[in-house]
Design a protein around this ligand. Structure first.
Ligand code: UT7
Length: 338
């Protein structure tokens, strides 16, 4: 049963102009196009300019949303930004956006930290705010500038990550209902498998590598995700009271195509109905799910009213699933090309 009262009415996206191809990476580390495509499915990523930060990526995504759907954000009463790469530890990206986009200072503004699961956590939070009646119009962003914290001498990570942003509006509606089952989780016992050091240099009694850059044990995260995500998807379906064959599109976090394949296989879900953004944008962390959703919309595949199952997973180790039906307003102008 879909709950009443909250719906996704608009979407926008942005990726920086600069492309980092597999052949560019061949010049930087000991790797090759064949290995990267075979092991990850990634061909290119986008890299922000030196003076371009997460707040800038978010701003461009919101401008795309407003232009496409003719939406005003003057009455937004909450801004949620999911990111692991905020411009600063504080102030928040959300506060910067409030001022830059001219959203009234009576709106709430917070950043949310749940790594690659961040967008789904933020969407779930927006739904809770709106369905409870506490807020009426929430701007939700998933954005990361991972190139700023990527170690371009480490071939096991630098081939994966890219930069981007996605934005959606979640609005209240007396009649329509666009959110159904969800499932959230976090297994902190794996917190040392993917991290960037901060004030502390150890977690779970493990001394962390202190490069100031993203460090990960890819194999461990890979194994955990392929085990955890299919179980989580089943929980979302149980919570929603529907079966997997009623799901029109599955949008898992775009970490690696070689993870999405076994996840679909374990679920017995057709890979052709899985949408991802990794081929030309890489792993964009919190941005990967809204970017994949928007690629589906821009390509004419994803339509209003279809059942879409989003599932984010990543550092924490966090994971979050949400079943949604879009109720996008009619487009008044074409999207800004990506
Ligand atoms: O965003 C959420 C958090 N992150 C993830 O979900 C990432 C999950 N993990 C992955 O995507 C994959 O584990 C990686 C892409 C990071 C690595 O792929 P893999 O198939 O698991 O490779 P592996 O770590 O088992 O390494 C296999 C071999 C190793 O060589 P040896 O020890 O067998 O001689 C690596 O040194 O591949 C080597 N290797 C590379 N070779 C060429 C690792 N990176 C590269 C590279 N180019 N870029």
């Amino acid at each position: 049963m879909f709950l009443k009262g909250a719906k996704i009415t608009a979407i926008g996206s942005y990726v920086p102009a600069r492309r980092l191809t597999n052949s560019d990476l061949e010049q930087m580390v000991d790797t090759n196009d064949e290995w990267i495509v075979q092991r990850t499915g990634i061909r290119e990523r986008r890299i922000s300019r030196e003076d371009e930060y997460t707040s800038d990526l978010c701003t461009a995504a919101v401008l795309d949303l407003m232009k496409r759907y003719g939406k005003s954000i003057q009455d937004v009463d909450m801004i949620l930004v999911a990111t692991s790469t905020p411009d600063f530890p504080f102030p928040s990206v959300a506060s910067i956006l409030q001022n830059r986009l001219g959203i009234p200072s009576t709106a709430g503004a917070i950043d949310m930290s749940a790594a690659c699961a961040g967008f789904v956590y933020a969407l779930h939070t927006a739904h809770a705010y709106v369905a409870s009646g506490l807020h009426r119009k929430v701007l939700v962003l998933g954005a990361d500038a991972l190139s700023k914290i990527t170690d371009y001498t480490d071939r096991s990570t630098c081939i994966l990550f890219g930069d981007g942003a996605g934005a959606v509006l979640v609005e209240s509606d007396e009649q329509l209902d666009g959110f159904a089952g969800f499932h959230l989780g976090s297994d902190g016992s794996g917190a040392h498998h993917v991290y960037r050091t901060g004030l502390s240099r150890s977690v779970n009694e493990v001394e962390l590598v202190d490069t100031g850059k993203l460090v990960q044990n890819g194999r461990e995260v890979f194994r955990w995700a392929v085990r955890t995500v299919p179980q989580g998807v089943q929980q979302v379906l149980n919570n929603a009271g529907i079966s997997l064959d009623q799901v029109d599109w599955f949008i898992p976090h775009s970490a690696n195509l070689r993870m999405i394949e076994p996840i679909c296989e374990r679920l017995n879900y057709p890979l052709e109905q899985a949408l991802y953004s990794l081929e030309y944008f890489g792993n964009t962390s919190a941005a990967s799910i809204p970017l994949a959703l928007d690629l589906g919309i821009r390509g004419g595949k994803v339509l209003n009213g279809q059942q879409i199952l989003l599932y984010g997973f990543g550092a924490g180790l966090t994971h979050a699933g949400q079943l949604v039906k879009l109720e996008l307003a009619p487009e008044v102008s074409p999207p800004t090309p990506l």
